[in-house]
Ligand binder design. Structure first.
Ligand SMILES: [Zn+2]
Length: 317
């Protein structure tokens, strides 16, 4: 199926202290980053990509580095497929994730993507539009063999790498990968550079606390889960979006609006330039669940249906 996501143009960005970024061309839905932290004779890979073609291309791109410092460890930052569906291609490496992320991975597997995209509904059409260019058919789910809670420090060929689970926030478990000597942090989807944060899980205040925790690390280089390398300014921007949406959605909850009405009513203001603004529909629903724990959580197709509704005026199916 034709895709709006071209795989032409991914690039390696060399950062300080043996850190690298594989930045896919466009960012956007499913177009995640991967990172490579190279020590003396071993490397740690931060995330694999959404399908085997994209992951193979990324591993080829890093080959000049991994020939000297092979990948011994893979960290999956969280349970969304665009950060782990390529795991099967990294043979022989130990795969690490937080305990909460592993539970998420067991919930949504590659076969579920076909079920999400198949229906002739607004939700199915929207899912095909954003995910139809990926190939989920041949993926064999390979789950992490090692899990941790809260923090884990690793020695990767003489380089100290700290894993910190700052979730639940974007998902049930969100690991950041901190390389102190390089003053670099890989944030996973705690930061979407240039795009709208999506709060699948929450709570919002825990994501805000995660931003503060990362700011407190003193890193100068911030590698987001999607989009270009950035700085701590992106953490302030993420925090500002989350606080704004929480405040705006809470006011509309108090006024008796439904989540759908609230999402259509909230002006994006200074956040209007962020890509994938339809994620507001998910974010408002998450605020409503925080305010009303009895509210039934929506499943994947329902959430994509609400995003399709919100995106409708701007997207022709
Ligand atoms: Zn992602």
């Amino acid at each position: 199926m034709a895709s709006e996501h071209s795989i032409a143009g991914p690039q390696i960005v060399r950062l300080r202290g043996g850190c690298h970024l594989w930045q896919q061309s466009a960012g956007g839905w499913g177009m995640s980053n991967a990172g490579l932290i190279a020590g003396r004779d071993a490397s740690l890979l931060v995330d694999t990509l959404y399908d085997l073609r994209l992951t193979a291309r990324m591993l080829d791109g890093f080959a000049a580095v991994t020939a000297r410092a092979p990948i011994t460890t893979v960290v999956n930052t969280h349970g969304n497929g665009d950060h782990w569906f390529g795991n099967q291609l990294v043979e022989g490496a130990e795969i690490v994730a937080s305990h909460a992320s592993l539970a998420d991975m067991r919930q949504v597997q590659p076969a579920d993507m076909a079920r999400l995209m198949a229906p002739e509904t607004p939700s199915g059409r929207f899912a095909r539009r954003i995910f139809g260019g990926f190939d989920f058919a041949a993926i064999r789910p390979v789950l992490p063999g090692r899990t941790f809670e809260r923090e884990l420090t690793l020695d990767i060929g003489g380089t100290c790498v700290q894993l910190i689970d700052v979730g639940p926030a974007h998902t049930a478990g969100d690991t950041i990968v901190h390389v102190p000597h390089a003053r670099t942090v890989y944030t996973g989807d705690i930061v979407f550079a240039g795009a709208t944060p999506v709060v699948w899980h929450g709570p919002f205040d825990n994501w805000v606390a995660a931003c503060d925790l990362i700011l407190g690390l003193g890193a100068e280089t911030v590698v987001p889960g999607h989009g270009p390398v950035t700085t701590k300014a992106a953490l302030h921007a993420t925090r500002a979006y989350l606080e704004y949406v929480h405040e705006q959605a809470s006011a509309r909850h108090a006024a008796g609006m439904s989540p759908g009405e609230a999402a259509r009513d909230i002006p994006l203001g200074s956040f209007a330039d962020l890509a994938e603004s339809e994620r507001l529909a998910v974010n408002v629903h998450t605020v409503y669940r925080e305010l009303d724990p009895d509210l039934t959580p929506l499943d994947g197709p329902q959430l994509f249906g609400h995003m399709a509704d919100l995106a409708c005026p701007r997207i022709s199916f």
